[in-house]
Structures are given as structure tokens and as C-alpha cells.
Design a protein around this ligand. Sequence first.
Ligand code: G
Ligand code: MN
Length: 299
Amino acid sequence: MGLVIDFYSENYAQSINDEVDILSKLVHAIPNKEFELYYQPIVNSIDKTLHGYEALIRWPQKDGSMIPPDKFISIAEKKQLYQRHYSVGCESSRFRYYSIKKNDNLNFQVHINISTLDLYDDDLYNQLFDMVANKHLEPSSMILEVTESALMSDVDAAYLMLSKLSELGFYISIDDFGTGYSSLSLLRILAFNQIKIDQSFIRNMAVGNSDYAIVASTIYLAHSLGCNVVAEGVEDEHLFAELQELGCDYVQGYYISKPQDIDSIINWSLKLIEREKKCQLSLSMTAQYKSCTTLLPYR
Ligand code: G
Ligand code: MN
């Protein structure tokens, strides 16, 4: 074995402390089901009608703060805790899913983030298979988001798993597209239904700069491959308009809405639908749909 040189710094020591701290909390949080699912809407870029929601895990703390998922998921995965944690997520998303679905007015797709471990183990597949077989879940109403880096750990195994999930009827989306190392070769190997362009490209895009060129070509590429495209991290009207112009199919971000808990997202969606109905009415009366949709209540 070669010599391992470890650089010590205060930040490094702090991150170790954080990790130990988070791990000790996680061990209790999992059996206590301390996680909550928040939902962030994804809308059509043409008319801002509802396409679906991304279910995002949140870990609320006693002091009212939240530990963000990027702080605890990698730790849970490293310690092999994630699957148990995911099952909690999956169970609760199923429950939430039905509580929304019971409301006939709401028709949408739910996006679920699947972890690296889920890709290389049959646990998630078996759960989803049973839910579909028992008619507890309509697979075409669920989009499974997978990150490029998760896929790259073992492309052959990921290919097998995604093919099985796709055969069951689930849609597959590549999350954070453009941030992994082999985005293009992945598109050659695996069949996806959707590409989600990472927010780092969206945030700084302006006509003529390199982020703009990357976003425009990714939209073109996705459409040429028969995929639809979601832009993540859209924070203002100006970005929304640019993406609309570029033909991006769907948009997600604070401009539309922050992630919300189940009760607020249901209220938000019902208000949106009420507003859409009024717009439809106004459309048939005045044929001025465009001016009306700009009034939709997104915040
Ligand atoms: O990795 P993934 O793309 O699944 O994560 C989405 C994350 O991005 C969520 O944690 C969500 O809260 C965050 N997010 C969503 N929309 C925006 C946005 O408009 N701006 C910023 N800064 N973050 C966002
Ligand atoms: Mn995601």
C-alpha cells in the first residue's frame, strides 16, 4: 500500500465534526421518521400550467432550522443508511402522492430523486414493482430523477436497473445534467425521457455568454434525442422568458415557487387551477390568453 498524505486544515476538521454530528443524529432520525417531503412545482414554459412536482426531502430540526439534503444524503449513503432512509421517503411520498391525487382537480407527475445505492440494489425496484403490481401506483405518473454521477459509478449495472424501471413504465430523467464527467456518452448508452439542466448553467445565462450557448445546445440535443427538457433554478421572469424563447419545455425554480410542504402545495395548486379556469374562460371570451397567464399567482 502506498503512502497516504492527509492535509489537515481547520475546514477539514470542521467537516469531520459536522459529519460525526450529522451521523449521530441520523441514526435516530431514521427510525423516528424525522424527514419531511416538500414539493416544488414544475410548470410548462409556454403557459405556466402545472406539469408536476419534484418531491424534495427535508430534515427539520428542533430549533426550526433544516439540515439540507446535500449535507446528510451523502453521509447516509456512505454509511449504507440511505436505503432505509429512502424507504421512509418512498412510503411517505406514496402517502402524500395519494393525498394530492385524491383531489380530482390535480393532475400531475411526481419527480422522485433516486439515490446511487438505489440504482445498484433491488430494494427500490422491488418496492416500486410491488406498488405497480398492487395498483397502488401508476408508473407513468412518476418520473425518476437520477444524477450523472450516480450513473457513472457502474454504467452497466445502472443500465440494467434503468431498463427494468423503464419497462415497468416509469419515466427516467437525468438530473443536474452537465455537471458530471460524461454527459454525452451517457446519452448514447442509456435511454432517458427527460434532461434536467443543472441550475449552475441557468443562473448565469445571458444572451451570448457560454452558459447560454450550453443551455441552447442542450435543449436542441435533448429534443433531437426525443427527450423533453426541464430548466432548474429559474429565479426571475427574465430567465423564464429566455428559456421560453429557446423552446425549453418545463421550468422549475423560485420564480415559480419554492419547495412547499404538502398543505401549502395543495393550496397553491388549487389556486393556480382556479386561476387557469378563469384564464380559459377569458381566453374563449377575449382570445387574450397570453396577457392573462402573466397574472398567475406563483408566490
Ligand atoms: O439536485 P436537485 O436538482 O434535485 O435539487 C434541487 C434543489 O435545488 C432543491 O434543494 C431546491 O430547493 C433547490 N432549488 C430549486 N429551485 C431553486 C432556485 O430557483 N434557486 C436556488 N438557489 N435553488 C433552487
Ligand atoms: Mn432532482
